[in-house]
Design a binder for this molecule. Structure first.
Ligand code: ZN
Length: 480
C-alpha cells in the first residue's frame, strides 16, 4: 500500500528543510511586522455554516427577543472554499482539506500531506518546527486521524493509521521529533503487537498519560504523549470531562509555551462524526466544547496579544438544516436535557428490559406513545448504525432538524481569527490560502506550486502502488 519508505523520505526532506531554515529566519527578522510569536490553528471538522447557526439557537435564551451572539460571532472574518483537487470533484474529505489547510495545495481525497502525485509536502507545522518553535496537537479523534495526520505526516492514504503512528515517531526535522505535545485518542495505533510506539516515546523522554487527571499532574513543561482512549475520546455527552477539548488545549499550551513560540493544532474532530451519524444532540454538545475552547483561546490572546488564532472548518457534514419537511420550526430545547449520547444508549439497550426508561433517562424527557413504539421496535441484532438512526429520528422530529446525507457537502465554510496577524484571513478565500498566509506569517513564502515541486524534487519513491487512495467509503466506514 505504501508508496515510499518514511525513513528515506524523511532523511532527504529533513536535510532540505534544514538548509532553508536559515533563510526563513532571516525573512522573519527583516520583513515580518505582524508576525505572531505563537500560532494556534483550530479545525472544527465538519462545521459548516449551519452548525454555527444551530449552536447559536441551541444556546439562545428564549425569554429575550434577540438570539444572543455566541463566541464564534465575535471572531468571524471570512469564508473559505473547500473543494479538493479536480480528480476528486467538488466535495472534499478531511484528508484532502487538511492537506490544503496545512500545506497550501489541492490534493485527492484520502491524501495525507502528499500532493496529487503522492509526493510529500511541507506543512505550516513543519515550518514552525524549522523556525525553532515548539509544536503540538490536541484533538478529540485518534491523533493519527486525517486532520492532525495531514499536518504532521505524509502518506498516500488516511487509512494507514499504523504507518501514520510510526511516522509520528520515526520522522524527524533537524534531527528532532516533529511534535512536542500530542493529546487525543489512539492508544490502539501506538501500542500494537508489532510495535510499542508509546514505549518508544517514553524511552525518548516523553511523559505518557492516559487519563485527563494524570495530564493535570504534569505541572512542569515537558514533552508529553497523552492518549486517553483506544480510538477517539468519548462523546462530550458521555465523557468524564464534557470540556475535554478545552482541557487538552489548556494543558497543551502549558507545555508548549517558550521563548521561541509554539504552533498548536487543535481539532474538534467529533463535530464531523456527529454529522455523519446525523446526530444533532452530539453535534451540539461537541460544538459547545469547541465554544469553550475558543473562549479559552480568547482569554489567552487577551493576555498574550502576540498569539494568532485561526479557526475554520474543513467542510460541512450531513447536510444539516435548521428546520425540515416544510415546517417553519426548529426546537433546540429538546436537546438541553440530553444525559447520554445516542450511541451509548444503543449500546446499553441489551443490558436492560426497560428500554423506554433507558431512553427517557438518556433524552431527559418523557416519550410519547408513538415514540415509545419506535423505541420498542429497535432490533438489537441490526447494525448499531440502524439502531442509532431510530433514536436520532425521534430527536430530529422533536427538534425538526433536517439532514440530506451521511457524508460531506461542498459548501464554503466560515473563517474566524483573532490575535496578531488575524486581519490577513478576512474576506473570501480558498482553503489553500489559509496555509500560504500562515507560511507568510511564519516568515517563509511557500506557494502551492513551489510546495509540490519541493516535494517532488526531494523525495525518491521506492515503492509505487495505485491502491489505497480515496478508498474510505461512507457505506463501510462513516468515520471518513
Ligand atoms: Zn467526515
Amino acid at each position: 500500500m505504501r508508496i515510499f519508505k518514511a525513513v528515506a523520505v524523511v532523511g532527504i526532506t529533513a536535510t532540505l528543510f534544514a538548509c532553508q531554515a536559515t533563510q526563513s529566519q532571516q525573512n522573519i527578522s527583516n520583513q515580518q511586522t505582524d508576525k505572531p510569536k505563537n500560532v494556534i490553528m483550530v479545525v472544527a471538522d465538519g462545521m459548516g455554516p449551519a452548525y454555527i447557526t444551530a449552536y447559536r439557537n441551541y444556546r439562545d435564551n428564549p425569554n429575550t427577543e434577540t438570539v444572543e451572539p455566541v463566541v464564534f460571532d465575535d471572531i468571524l472574518v471570512g469564508t473559505a472554499t473547500t473543494y479538493p483537487a479536480s480528480v476528486s470533484g467538488y466535495v472534499t474529505d478531511s484528508a484532502a482539506s487538511a492537506t490544503a489547510l496545512a500545506a497550501g495545495i489541492k490534493t485527492y481525497n484520502g491524501a495525507i500531506g502528499v500532493d496529487v502525485n503522492k509526493q510529500p509536502v511541507r506543512t505550516v507545522l513543519h515550518q514552525a518546527r524549522l523556525n525553532g518553535m515548539k509544536t503540538g496537537i490536541a484533538v478529540t479523534s485518534q491523533i493519527v486521524h486525517a486532520t492532525p495526520a495531514a499536518y504532521v505526516a505524509a502518506n498516500e492514504s488516511r487509512e494507514n493509521y499504523n504507518q501514520l503512528a510510526d511516522s509520528y515517531y520515526d520522522d524527524r526535522i533537524n534531527e528532532d521529533f516533529i511534535l512536542d505535545v500530542m493529546l487525543g485518542g489512539g492508544q490502539r495505533f501506538f501500542e500494537r503487537s508489532d510495535r510499542n510506539i508509546t514505549g518508544e516515546f517514553i524511552d525518548a523522554g516523553y511523559q505518557y498519560v492516559d487519563t485527563y487527571n494524570q495530564l493535570a499532574t504534569l505541572t512542569e513543561p515537558t514533552r508529553v504523549l497523552g492518549l486517553f482512549a483506544p480510538v477517539a475520546v468519548p462523546w462530550a455527552l458521555d465523557d468524564s470531562r464534557a470540556n475535554r477539548l478545552e482541557y487538552m488545549t489548556r494543558h497543551a499550551i502549558k507545555h508548549l509555551e517558550n521563548a521561541n513560540g509554539f504552533f498548536l493544532l487543535v481539532e474538534a474532530s467529533l463535530v464531523d462524526w456527529a454529522g455523519h451519524a446525523n446526530d444533532i444532540s452530539s453535534a451540539m454538545a461537541e460544538m459547545h466544547d469547541l465554544a469553550l475552547t475558543i473562549q479559552l483561546l480568547r482569554d489567552y490572546v487577551r493576555d498574550n496579544p502576540d498569539t494568532l488564532v485561526v479557526l475554520t472548518a474543513d467542510h460541512s457534514t450531513g447536510g444539516l438544516s435548521i428546520a425540515a419537511d416544510g415546517e417553519y420550526r426548529w426546537s433546540p430545547e429538546f436537546l438541553h436535557s440530553m444525559q447520554l449520547s445516542v450511541p451509548t444508549m444503543v449500546e446499553a439497550l441489551p443490558a436492560t428490559d426497560d428500554w423506554v426508561g433507558l431512553v427517557e433517562q438518556g433524552f431527559g424527557f418523557k416519550l410519547s406513545e408513538a415514540e415509545q413504539d419506535l423505541v420498542l421496535s429497535i432490533d438489537t441484532s441490526s447494525s448499531s448504525w440502524e439502531q442509532q438512526g431510530i433514536l436520532n429520528d425521534i430527536i430530529d422530529a422533536r427538534t425538526n432538524t433536517g439532514w440530506t446525507t451521511s457524508g460531506h457537502t461542498g459548501e464554503d465554510v466560515g473563517v474566524f481569527s483573532f490575535g496578531q496577524g488575524a486581519e490577513r484571513f478576512s474576506g473570501a478565500q480558498d482553503n489553500t490560502a489559509i496555509a500560504t498566509k500562515l507560511f507568510d506569517l511564519l516568515g517563509t513564502q511557500v506557494r502551492g506550486e513551489q510546495n509540490q515541486k519541493h516535494g517532488a524534487s526531494s523525495v525518491k519513491q521506492e515503492e509505487v502502488s495505485d491502491e489505497g487512495a480515496n478508498t474510505c467509503s461512507f457505506k463501510d466506514s462513516w468515520r471518513c
